[in-house]
Ligand binder design. Structure first.
Ligand code: NAP
Length: 518
């Protein structure tokens, strides 16, 4: 049995007491155990603040970028090993595992590129200098400098590799040391990534620490220069927001939480057209990939009443081709959900959705998943529901079922569709499929206040469109309300969480010399 450790104070340590088990969700075999009991989190924080922080702040963006590039290459160099671990511990098909692991190396590489643009300095100038006096001498200028604390990263179970990398890349490039904590149930791949970074000595001492298991009292020990970046459920997010560090010491917190992402089909889209095919392909991919366990997956599908039957038929046909089973088998195209708790939540969640919609495809039990011993594993088929007369207070607008589950609903006009999407309380991403410019404009203006990202699938981009469920390092990831109100990635925008913006006032030449110092 593999016993995983945590990497704190510049060394690997193992916890005592009862260990948590990490299982293979297809076989229910235990693949590893871990515990953080007895770890000295106060010392872990001091080490990161006192060793990692100064070392990173002494580096320019160019140097930090070289570090991120080396991390990206190191992961890519061990790609096959990491994919196998992700498959065994996460229930991922090989394609799912690539989405996570390649997403991690790709995001680190994208931030390495951004570092090259930021150059041989370690402050970021925000906007132009502003004349604030009557004469041409007295000026103001905003600048960003790295916070002098620790960034604690708490990640969800669905993207152990990408979660570590996307949060890590922004914080490390900004100049903050990181203590990263994957969700315990699927932590094995993140643990191996951390081992690789340590073995290859890619970071200064204290720049990156790793907690494998419960975070104990770590979050209660943070102060005003520290940051919490959290991804997970809104229930956990609420607990963290009420933590004493946030309430009493002003610890900065960013939350990425649940999201009832939507897809809207425009009335102008003809069945069988490129835009129609893009819409159907996106919906099916978002239900199937990672067994629907993506914060960006499409949960609600809106189509004009006249097109509902055709949409249901096209989706049912595509969903029927999905092969559920052990994701280690090549013919399998959808694995299990990640944990026993997840499958219970999916089953309860679908029952809740049935209060406002009918199942038109699938079931939460699978008679014979491919290559799996009888009665083993946490399997469901994809499940499509149809809500014939949606109302804003229906369960489908309140409850995120974190699995391969989505609901098709009709709308009357763009106003009605936008109101139903907004009833989801704020989301990460909604995708609009149409060519009618008035429809698209009205939908974008109505939906933008409720979303961090909108994707528009029109005929001109149908052949090159990127999936709505793919968070890109160049564009913002996050959303208001239910989605947590956070912002990650978006190039340098995501770095703002880890840096203090300060307005400098004084002699223009002096301020410009400070702000532009190489
Ligand atoms: P979760 O149960 O809230 O756990 C998330 C993380 O929080 C895990 O690392 C967990 O650690 C930790 N945690 C739980 N309770 C804690 C506490 N009291 N103090 C400190 N840390 C605590 O969520 P999940 O089940 O892993 O993830 C699924 C949810 O995440 C879904 O709702 C999904 O929508 C959301 N999600 C959102 C995004 C986004 O970017 N918006 C991305 C992915 C997922 P342990 O595992 O050790 O308990």
């Amino acid at each position: 049995m593999i016993e995983l450790g945590s990497y704190v104070e510049g060394k690997w340590v193992k916890g005592k007491g009862k260990a948590a088990q990490l299982v293979n969700p297809a076989t229910e075999d235990v693949v590893a155990t871990t515990s953080t009991e007895g770890l000295d989190f106060a010392a872990a924080l001091s080490f990161a603040r006192e060793k990692g922080g100064p070392a990173l702040r002494a580096m320019t963006f160019t140097q930090r970028g070289e570090m991120l590039r080396a991390m990206s290459r190191a992961i890519h160099g061990k790609r096959d090993e990491l994919l196998s671990i992700a498959q065994a511990n996460g229930g991922n098909t090989r394609g799912d595992a690539k989405f996570d692991v390649d997403g991690a190396s790709g995001t680190l590489a994208a931030y390495a590129d951004l570092a090259a643009e930021l150059g041989d300095t370690n402050t970021i100038v925000d906007g132009d200098a502003i004349q604030i006096g009557r004469g041409a001498r007295l000026f103001g200028q905003h600048v960003y400098t790295p916070r002098e604390g620790v960034a604690v990263h708490v990640n969800a179970f669905n993207f152990p590799a990408w979660g570590l990398a996307e949060k890590g890349a922004t914080a490390l490039l900004a100049g903050m040391p990181v203590i990263t904590k994957p969700a315990t149930s699927t932590a094995h791949v993140a643990h191996r990534m951390m081992e690789i970074f340590v073995e290859e000595k890619l970071l200064p001492e204290g720049a990156l620490s790793f907690v494998c298991g419960s975070s104990g009292d770590l979050l209660d020990r943070l102060g005003g220069q520290d940051v919490i970046a959290f991804t997970g459920s809104s229930i956990t997010a609420a607990k963290l927001r009420e933590g004493q560090s946030v309430l009493r010491h002003g610890t900065h917190i960013n939350v990425e939480a649940d999201s009832l992402n939507a897809a809207i089909l425009g009335a102008d889209v003809e069945e069988g057209s490129d835009v129609w095919n893009l819409f159907i392909t996106d919906v099916v991919r978002e239900m199937q990939q990672k067994t629907g366990q993506k914060c960006t997956a499409i949960r609600r599908i809106y189509a004009p009443k006249s097109k509902i039957d055709a949409v249901l038929e096209a989706l049912r046909e595509r969903l029927a081709a999905i092969k559920v089973g052990d994701p280690m088998r090549e013919e399998v195209t959808m694995g299990p959900v990640a944990t026993a708790q997840q499958i219970r939540d999916v089953r309860d969640g679908v029952k809740n959705l049935e209060s406002c919609a009918k199942i038109v495809f699938g079931s939460t039990t699978v008679a014979e998943p491919i290559g799996v011993a009888a009665g083993k594993g946490f399997f469901t088929t994809p499940i499509l529901l149809h809500g014939a007369s949606p109302k804003p207070d229906d369960a489908v607008h309140m409850h995120e079922v974190f699995g391969p589950v989505a609901t098709v609903m009709p709308y009357d006009d763009v106003k009605g569709a936008s109101a139903l999407v907004a009833a989801g309380g704020g989301g990460l991403v909604t995708s609009i499929y149409a060519d009618d410019k008035d429809f698209i404009r009205s939908a974008v203006l109505a939906l933008a206040p409720f979303h961090g990202r909108l994707t528009i699938g029109s005929a001109k981009v149908a052949g090159q469109s990127l999936p709505p469920g793919m968070a890109l390092p160049q564009l913002l990831h996050g959303g208001p309300g239910r989605a947590g109100g956070g912002e990650e990635l978006g190039g340098r925008r995501g770095m703002a969480l880890y840096m203090q913006r300060t307005a400098l006032q004084g002699d223009r030449a002096l301020i410009e010399a400070i702000a532009s110092k190489k």
